[in-house]
Design a protein around this ligand. Structure first.
Ligand SMILES: NC(=O)CC[C@H](N)C(=O)O
Length: 376
């Protein structure tokens, strides 16, 4: 069946429908990963977006049981050059087409994804409408014009109830704004006792879990949509060590007085170079974000920039000058990869241990030992 993708600027692409034949709208974005389409489809941070893959052949190794980043895919539509109906991989249990049908997500294939990506790079990401209807272009344009973006997608994809994965080591509360499973997997692998809580959990509710550390997760949408979390972060900052990833990084920055703004076309892919400023080392990272912390806004805060993007110089990592708290814009859990920055989870646990030691020393009134994290 014929499908059409209409962009806000009037550009029309014609291709073939796959997956669901339902109509869908969203922000059209591009993803530069050569593999990992299953992780992309199921990363909750893509909720509300129509994702085009720059790699031309998608679906060739099928869909497997293990690589989902969430219990269900959240993207609003999938745009590819060519999709494979006969996947080949020992782990594959269904085709991409079957998965999209199962979750009523529409796809379009057979379009010039390189041209689409160039448009998005030049003009920035924009709204799009994916449809199999034969309506006139004018009426589709009218329809697209009337569509407004989801107002707080993080609330939609967050867990409605807390849940726990018991472990023998550090107790970590993950505040779920659309957390990728990979983040939870990294904590569990390290023996942590993980409790995942909803996006609107209060500071007192978090304290009741008696956590050793708090992880602010990734998630979809504008960080300012979840501004109600900022007082919670401020209240717990310095009291419990914190690690922010992607949306969690942006929220940490906002809570500390910095600002965030939207990039023209964002960073999405598993090949984004990031410089660690202290060592000069370059990490190849997995990324998926539209917003970034505004460079000029950091100077007036108690934050230090730890990482920058090698391509465009945007901020990729922050650390608090006084409190045990840090954050990264990229994804150290990778999923699908690469794992260059995976040690950041160990760094989080180190920060927790050092904080606990300092507190024990402070409590025992040992004045001879320098405090690692000064009270402000
Ligand atoms: N992956 C994420 O957490 C994305 C953060 C935010 N929604 C952005 O697009 O910038």
């Amino acid at each position: 069946m014929k499908a059409r993708l209409l962009l806000e600027d009037g550009t029309l692409f014609e291709g073939q429908a796959f997956g669901s034949e339902r109509e869908s709208a969203g922000e059209v974005v591009f993803q530069t990963g050569m593999t990992g389409y299953q992780e992309v489809l199921s990363d909750p941070s893509y909720c509300g977006q129509l994702v085009t893959m720059t790699y031309p052949l998608i679906g060739n190794y099928g869909i497997n049981r293990d690589d989902f980043e969430a219990i269900r895919p959240w993207i609003h539509g999938f745009i590819v050059r060519k999709h494979e109906l006969a996947p080949s991989n020992w782990r594959s249990s269904m085709s991409l087409d079957a998965l999209l049908k199962q979750h009523e997500i529409p796809g379009i294939s057979g379009i010039d994804t390189r041209m689409l990506t160039r448009i998005l790079r030049q003009h920035g990401t924009m709204k799009g409408l994916l449809t199999t209807s034969s309506q006139s272009l004018a009426s589709l344009q009218e329809q697209l014009h009337a569509i407004s973006p989801l107002s707080n997608p993080a609330a939609l994809v967050s867990t409605p109830q807390p849940y726990r994965s018991p472990g023998a080591k550090e107790r970590i509360v993950v505040v779920d704004f659309g957390c990728k499973s990979g983040i939870i997997r990294e904590l569990i692998t390290r023996g942590c006792d993980v409790t995942v809580v909803p996006h609107d959990t209060t500071a007192d509710q978090i304290r009741r879990f008696n956590p050793d550390g708090i992880l602010l997760s990734n998630g979809p949408g504008d960080p300012k949509d979840v501004a109600y979390v900022l007082p919670v972060i401020r209240e717990l900052l310095g009291e419990i060590p914190m690690f922010g990833i992607c949306l969690g990084h942006q929220l940490f920055a906002l809570a500390c007085g910095a600002d965030c703004s939207k990039l023209t076309f964002g960073h999405r892919g598993s090949n984004h170079p990031v410089k660690h400023l202290e060592t000069g080392r370059c990490l190849i990272t997995s990324q998926n974000h539209s917003y970034a912390v505004v460079d000029a806004s950091v100077a007036a805060t108690d934050l230090t920039i730890t990482h920058i993007n090698n391509n465009d110089g945007t901020i990729e990592g922050l650390q608090h000058n006084y409190y045990p708290a840090f954050s990264v814009q990229f994804h150290p859990e990778a999923s699908p990869g690469p794992y260059d920055s995976n040690a950041l989870f160990d760094q989080f646990l180190d920060v927790i241990h050092r904080f606990q030691q300092t507190h024990t020393l402070n409590n025992s009134q040992d004045k001879g030992v320098e405090r690692l994290y000064a009270e402000k």
